[in-house]
Design a protein around this ligand. Structure first.
Ligand SMILES: C[S@@+](CC[C@H](N)C(=O)[O-])C[C@H]1O[C@@H](n2cnc3c(N)ncnc32)[C@H](O)[C@@H]1O
Length: 265
């Protein structure tokens, strides 16, 4: 781990292997297995996700947010990087040497990205760690920029009010530091309920029904919203998840409202 980040740690990792710092969060993220990651690497899917992002046009929200991160020009932490690596491909396209730490609760995703980045010589100056968004290893007020793509919305075990990850991000950010993210919110939970009832399946989304909006939760944590752009509605499809599959089967469309958010501590 680069010195900039290691100096900011408040918790020692359980293990450091091949320069990846492990914090024992494997049961908290999505349960992608080692084999799943190898398949994604071998089929070229992770690399294609990187390429898709770096080929986005100038006006794309990922590129616009990445530009903001590059303007700030301070090391950043990408959370819940997942198989798409959040804003990082767009940031690294604009400034390959900007120091970054990429993380996810699922260690195999982090290891997978490390392998793809190294093998394809995609970029440099990246540190790797696996930890939960709800328990980050950093000291209070230590990090200048946190980036993500749906990292807050994807956080599992996010507390009763969906505040755990947001409060944790607020804690580790320095005063004046930024959270720069794109987040999705289901636009109509009633349809989601109908869909799961008809399919007689467990409605995972029920827990989110009474959450305040992402903007209200960020504000409640203490953030000032410095930019908020509604990016439109995105249909949940069968490629996304079980909800998308069921919605197709039952011919009941479900949408996410998508927002680009820059929040300042
Ligand atoms: C849909 S992906 C997010 C999208 C991703 N940023 C991208 O660009 O493709 C969801 C990711 O969130 C991670 N995740 C879920 N809960 C988490 C938590 N509590 N802390 C950190 N990561 C978490 C999962 O392991 C998974 O990799």
């Amino acid at each position: 781990m680069k010195k900039y980040f290691s100096e900011k740690l408040r918790i020692n990792p359980i293990e450091i292997k091949d320069k990846v710092y492990y914090y024992g969060s494997e049961d908290e993220g999505d349960q992608f297995g080692k084999e799943q990651l190898q398949e994604w690497i071998n089929s070229g899917w992770l690399l294609s996700n990187w390429n898709l992002k770096i080929n986005k046009g100038e006006s794309d929200a990922f590129t616009t947010l990445a530009k903001k991160v590059v303007e700030i020009n301070l090391p950043y932490v990408e959370i819940a990087c997942g198989p798409g690596l959040g804003l990082t491909p767009c940031i690294k396209k604009q400034n390959p040497s900007l120091e970054a730490l990429i993380s996810d609760a699922c260690p195999y995703v982090v290891e997978g990205w490390k392998e793809v980045i190294r093998k394809n010589n995609l970029t440099s100056n990246i540190s790797y760690a696996s930890f939960s968004n709800t328990n980050m290893p950093f000291k209070d007020n230590s990090i200048e920029v946190i980036t993500s793509y749906v990292g807050i919305g994807s956080t599992r075990f996010n507390g009763e009010n969906g505040m755990s990850a947001i409060n944790e991000i607020y804690r580790v950010l320095n005063k004046g530091g930024y959270l720069i993210t794109i987040e999705n919110e289901i636009s109509d939970y009633k349809i989601v309920d109908d869909i799961f009832s008809e399919a007689n399946r467990f409605n995972y989304y029920k827990q989110f029904e009474n959450y305040e909006s992402i903007v209200d939760r960020l504000t409640r944590a203490g953030f000032t919203i410095s930019e908020l752009t509604f990016l439109g509605k995105k249909k949940v499809t069968e490629d996304d998840n079980e909800l998308g599959e069921l919605s197709k089967e039952q011919k009941k469309d479900v949408y996410w409202n998508v927002y680009a958010i820059i929040a300042k501590k």
